[in-house]
Write a new protein. Structure first.
Length: 363
């Protein structure tokens, strides 16, 4: 009899907790994004400055694919997915300061690093195969490893530990997992059932975490419609995105269709500036962006183009109030010529592949 009462009590707590979470979602501020089909926007309408920074590499260095980027002061940290190397560059002139490749199975080495994060003067690297976070100092010297017990594909360093995206969520351990600085499990948030789709859809369309200029931490999943903020050691829902009549019907099983082949709009990733919320989304295989004032007064969405230099608008990371993208030197030649910027000559075979960072600043 006693065990039955205890079980009933636990069930009621769980039920009330779920009802409370549903009520929070029902009361969210919703941004409806519509009337965007084939609409074109100019990037200079929303960003006061676009600055291009060619990354200066030696002829024996090559960045295959920038997997992740983060910045501390004037130092840029870049993770190259192809070589598993970590570079540091001077943000003022793009000169390479240092590069390491710690691939291996030894202490403080990684197998396949997938994400970077910085906090309190340290660089952290997430190694997916070994379920470890490796801490480095600002000079890329390995300091320690933090082990945990589940696979994760993205993370963010907090003042009290780490928030990670769990690739194998269960009923006991949800999709976003909070661990302390020793790797010990603290809590988890957002079940697969709560969002109505499985982990099979997630990944590949952007990062799950970002920090704004005030170092507030936000979380968002590709294909989802809810933005979360890290508050009081918990992920709290703060915004919902809706696409009106172009959104997916509620009864669609997202796990059984190819969204890129369907005539529905769906989310990719987000950026959160001091005064503006910028979600990216897809519709009919084209990438769109929404520009939504946090006051709710300015709302616009469309395909964003650079009319002056024709540099593809594709920001992938956020640092403070700047969005950061990457393009190849060949795409940026007109910019360098018009702004009389001298770029160090490279061998012809490497020139077209020289990576250039694109910074979009909103004052």
């Amino acid at each position: 009899m006693k065990s039955t009462v205890v079980s009933l009590f636990l069930f009621l707590i769980l039920f009330l907790s779920c009802r409370q979470e549903v009520n929070k979602l029902d009361m969210l501020k919703t941004f409806v994004i519509d009337e965007f089909d084939e609409k074109e926007l100019r990037s200079d309408e929303y960003f006061s400055e676009m600055r291009l920074l060619p990354l200066q590499l030696d002829t024996n260095q090559f960045i295959g694919k920038a997997k992740d980027i983060c910045i501390v002061g004037d130092t840029i940290f870049l993770l190259d997915e192809m070589t598993a190397s970590i570079y540091t560059f001077d943000k003022k002139d793009g000169k390479c300061i240092a590069v390491i490749c710690k691939r291996g199975n030894g202490p403080n080495e990684y197998v396949n690093p997938v994400a970077l994060s910085v906090n309190s003067g340290s660089l952290y690297v997430l190694d997916m195969p070994t379920s470890r976070v490796i801490e480095f100092d600002m000079e890329l010297n390995a300091v320690r490893s933090i082990q945990f017990d589940f696979p994760a594909s993205d993370f963010v360093a907090l003042n009290t530990g780490f928030l990670l995206y769990n690739l194998v969520p269960t009923k006991e351990r949800n999709k976003f997992v909070y661990i302390n600085g020793k790797g010990e499990y603290i809590n988890s948030f957002i079940s697969s059932e709560q969002e109505g789709y499985s982990n099979n859809l997630s990944g590949g369309l952007g990062k799950f975490f970002l920090k704004n200029r005030e170092s507030d931490v936000f979380a968002f999943e590709s294909y989802s419609d809810i933005v979360y903020e890290w508050k009081n050691e918990s992920l709290e829902p703060i915004y919902r995105i809706a696409f009106g009549k172009l959104g997916m019907p509620a009864d669609i099983d997202k796990n059984k269709i190819n969204l890129f082949k369907e005539p529905y709009a769906f989310s990719g990733n987000i950026f959160m500036l001091s005064d503006m919320f910028i979600p990216s989304f897809f519709y009919r295989s084209q990438r769109y962006y929404g520009f939504i004032s946090l006051s709710g007064k300015v709302r616009d969405a469309g395909i964003v183009k650079d009319e002056r230099y024709h540099i593809p608008f594709y920001p992938q990371w956020q640092q403070g109030n700047e969005l950061i993208g990457i393009c190849r030197y060949e795409s940026a030649k007109k910019y360098f010529e018009e702004n009389q910027i001298f770029v160090r000559s490279l061998d012809d075979e490497f020139e077209q592949e020289q990576p250039v960072l694109v910074f979009y600043t909103r004052q």
